[in-house]
Every structure is written in structure tokens, then in C-alpha cells.
Design a protein around this ligand. Structure first.
Ligand code: GRF
Length: 226
């Protein structure tokens, strides 16, 4: 078996993305090993999911630190001690400082529940609904110094439906998150990803079907005439 990518997952909440990654590692479809799951909050679901899977856990409570940098340094040290090669943010509700970025250059990825660059930040499912967007989705991207601004690795699109609430839209988006996040990690594990400016290059290229999605659906002329 080829060498597994040593992944550290950072989470602050329930950890359904963490679970999807655990599941893919366990079924052998993801060539990664979760070497640590770290949270900034005690008692969150992500810690239970990791323990259940036999993954080492660590809680570093950000409230015990006088600055973001001091907190990040403690997190960096813990990740380095665990031999982490790729940092995966999965619902980690802290802004990353330069201390963290410098320790893991182009080695930190995040998943965001909107189609970036639309709707960065928080409460983005409600924002997409309020804006009247017809599509939303999720984005896996490298983390840089901005909020949800790094180079994009993969996106999935879902329609926004007329009776959607933030919760129903979030559920539909999460289903896609659980598919694309392991896929992005696998591409990195396989050494297929490089970054050129804002572009993420995948080698060899993955053929993409040039299929357009339309919402609300339209029928073309031929079907209208029938
Ligand atoms: C997801 O919607 C993710 O996109 C965002 O935080 C949420 C985490 O959910 N960054 P979970 O803890 O993985 O269930």
C-alpha cells in the first residue's frame, strides 16, 4: 500500500464532514490517515466521532489564550508534534493567522457552504436565500490570509428551492460537502494538485462534462412545440 497522507482535522462543532472523511479512510477509498482531531471547544460532537474511530483527539480552548497568534502557535505545535502533513478545517470557527499559514504553507484547506466567491463568511445559506440566488453549493479551497478567499480546488452546485429554509438548504449542501471534501483530500494525497496564482491545477486533468444547470428549469423549443 502506498504511503498515507497524514491529516489533522480541526473542527468546532458536530463534525459531519469529519465523519465523511473518517468513513472514506476506513473503507480504503481515501489514502489518508487521520493522525489527530483538534477542536477549540470542549465537548463538541467532532471529539466523540474521532474517539469512536480511535483517532487521537486534542482540545485547545481558544479562551485560554491572550491573542489569536498565541492560540495558533499552540495549535501549530500540536499539529507538528503529530506529524501532520495536511491541515483540514472542517467547521473550524476560528480565523487563521499568519503564524498558522507560515507553518503549513499551501497545506491548509477549508470547506465553505456556498459557491465562493459569493457569500463568504457566516450564515451563508440564509444569505443565499435572502439574495434570491437560484444556485448555491459548497467550495473546498486553500486557506490564505483572507476570509474564504483562497484558491479553489473543487465546488459542487445545488439548486435553491422556493420553499428552502437555511436548514433545508444547508442539509442539501452538506450532502455534497461529504462527497467533495474527501475527493479534494485524495487529489492532494495523490500529489495531483498544484497552485498557479488563483488557479488550482489538477494533473492529470479530470474531464468535466460541459453540462449547464438551469433553475428554474426551462424546456427547450423542441419540447415546447410537442
Ligand atoms: C459545514 O457547513 C462547513 O461547510 C462549514 O461548517 C460546517 C461544518 O459542519 N465550514 P460539520 O461540523 O462538518 O457537520
Amino acid at each position: 500500500m502506498s504511503k498515507l497522507l497524514r491529516v489533522g482535522v480541526l473542527a468546532s462543532g458536530g463534525g459531519t464532514n469529519l465523519q465523511a472523511i473518517i468513513d472514506r479512510c476506513q473503507d480504503g477509498s481515501l489514502s489518508a490517515e487521520l493522525v489527530v482531531v483538534l477542536t477549540n471547544k470542549p465537548g463538541v460532537g467532532a471529539l466523540d466521532r474521532a474517539s469512536e474511530a480511535g483517532i487521537p483527539t486534542l482540545c485547545i480552548d481558544h479562551r485560554g489564550f491572550s491573542s489569536r497568534e498565541a492560540f495558533d502557535q499552540a495549535v501549530v505545535t500540536a499539529l507538528q508534534d503529530a506529524g501532520v502533513e495536511l491541515v483540514v478545517l472542517a467547521g473550524f470557527m476560528r480565523i487563521i493567522t499568519q503564524v498558522f499559514l507560515d507553518a503549513f504553507p499551501q497545506r491548509i484547506i477549508n470547506i465553505h457552504p456556498a459557491l465562493l466567491p459569493a457569500f463568504p463568511g457566516l450564515h451563508v445559506q440564509q444569505q443565499a436565500i435572502d439574495y434570491g440566488a437560484r444556485f448555491s453549493g459548497c467550495t473546498v479551497h486553500f486557506v490564505d490570509g483572507g476570509v474564504d478567499t483562497g484558491a479553489i480546488i473543487i465546488q459542487a452546485v445545488v439548486p435553491v428551492l422556493p420553499d428552502d429554509t437555511a436548514d433545508t438548504l444547508a442539509t442539501r449542501i452538506l450532502e455534497q460537502e461529504h462527497r467533495v471534501y474527501p475527493q479534494a483530500i485524495q487529489l492532494i494525497a495523490d500529489g495531483r494538485i498544484s497552485i498557479a496564482g488563483r488557479q488550482v491545477i489538477i494533473t492529470p486533468e479530470i474531464p468535466t462534462k460541459p453540462v449547464a444547470l438551469v433553475n428554474p428549469a426551462i424546456s427547450d423549443r423542441s419540447s415546447r412545440d410537442q
